[in-house]
Design a protein around this ligand. Structure first.
Ligand code: PLP
Length: 394
């Protein structure tokens, strides 16, 4: 097996970009309204449909590249993943609507916080890394007072993936809309927008699809569009301008955007999505799963504790508790002395845990080398670890 040399960059996004993606971004600027940019948008839309696991579209302008033969369309959004989620939430709900947001980490909590700006929220807060109590969610849905359930599908802060299929089934039974923050799931682990009847979902370029930071996308079905349109026509829409969904929708058929698009970022992301197409979506899911399973088993065998519940550990990020006597000094030494980057924890877990990303185009060789360096760094901090065959875990 080829060895990985150079630094190891194992963070759960932004991830490293392929040279082809970087080269595409270095293309001389084109106008935002000409035919060349429409070609870029069409290619990007077709790649987005692939990453969202939707039916295909042609990467050609004037062919409705944002649509397919399912009920879903895709739309690129200038801004990071948060802008895409804000576009969904702010346009879809009226100030008087009530939504249900169960959370078990920082990004779910952010979804709840964002919803509070635009509508009423029932926020059910579980401990970070603990699976949702589906019985409790079902009891809530039985009340039939919720316009939608919103979840952070893959909780990057605590390394847990929600049981989206089970929640989707409940939402269908209680005729409640289901909305996903898929920012670190879409493109990296199995997401089935169509069969889960997801009304809208957001993804960020810089995560599982290894695109540039600062551009994101949403997918949505006709119900989402109809609701946003009705709310706007009734003049009940939340105050927003830049992220107005209906303005953007009107430009979709022409492969256009209402404001100046992130031209070079779109070029780079379209290329990154071509690389995803070449690898194959399921192959990417499988690679992410193989890398994360390897990391999880290796650290568990060495006596480390993982934060997330065993049955729902994420394929794109693993949250590992520091052993006694170790803190974030380990992480800075790992970066400075071992040229390997992982990420720390957020909020109350700061300094108590680290997170290893297994998304984007990360190779097995890089993960193996990175894990060896992590173990060496723990040893250099006085934490005893036996010699192990790291390769055998992958
Ligand atoms: C699950 C999840 N949601 C939302 C965000 C915020 O996305 P962005 O930083 O692209 O705005 C992140 C970023 O790490 C995330 O992991």
């Amino acid at each position: 097996m080829a060895e990985h040399t150079g630094d190891c960059f194992l963070v759960p996004g932004p991830v490293r970009m392929n040279q082809k993606c970087l080269d595409a971004m270095a293309t001389p600027v084109i106008t935002a309204r000409g035919g060349e940019f429409r070609d870029v948008m069409a290619e990007l839309n077709s790649g987005l449909r692939y990453a969202f696991n939707l039916s295909p579209s042609e990467p050609k302008k004037k062919t409705q590249s944002w649509a397919g033969d399912d009920d879903y369309k895709v739309m690129a959004v200038s801004g990071s993943g948060t802008a895409a989620m804000e576009m969904i939430i702010a346009n879809r709900f009226r100030p008087n609507d009530l939504v249900l947001v169960p959370t078990n980490g920082k990004f779910g909590e952010r979804v709840a916080e964002m919803c509070k700006r635009f509508c009423n929220v029932k926020h059910i807060k579980y401990d970070w890394g603990r699976a949702f109590d589906l019985y409790e969610l079902e009891q809530q849905l039985e009340r039939k007072c919720y316009e939608a359930v919103l979840i952070c599908h893959n909780e990057t802060s605590s390394g847990i993936t929600q049981d989206a299929a089970a929640i989707a089934e409940m939402c269908s039974r209680y005729d409640t809309s289901f909305i996903l923050d898929g920012i670190t799931s879409i493109g990296g682990l199995p997401v089935d927008i169509v069969s889960w009847n997801v009304e809208a979902a957001a993804m960020g370029a810089q995560k599982c699809t290894a695109g540039p930071s600062g551009i994101a996308a949403i997918t949505f079905n006709s119900k989402f569009y109809e609701r946003c349109k009705a709310i706007k026509e009734q003049d009940d829409v939340n105050a927003l301008f830049y992220l107005d969904f209906i303005s953007a929708y009107k430009k979709g058929d022409d492969d256009q955007t209402p404001w100046t698009p992130a031209i070079n970022l779109a070029m780079g992301w379209a290329e990154a999505l071509n690389i995803l197409k070449d690898e194959g979506l399921e192959n990417r899911w499988n690679r992410c799963q193989q890398l994360s399973t390897g990391v999880q088993n290796l650290f568990l065998d060495l006596g480390f504790e993982l934060l997330a519940d065993i049955s729902q550990r994420s394929a794109t990020v693993t949250a590992i508790m520091y052993p006694d006597g170790i803190d974030d000094k380990w992480r800075s030494d790992l970066k400075e002395q071992y040229h390997t980057q992982v990420i720390g924890a957020q909020d109350h877990l700061k300094g108590k845990m680290f997170r290893v990303g297994s998304m984007g185009e990360t190779t097995k060789e890089e993960m193996i080398e990175g894990c060896k360096r992590m173990l060496d760094c723990f040893r250099s901090h006085g934490h005893e670890i036996p010699q192990v065959d790291v390769e055998s875990y992958f």
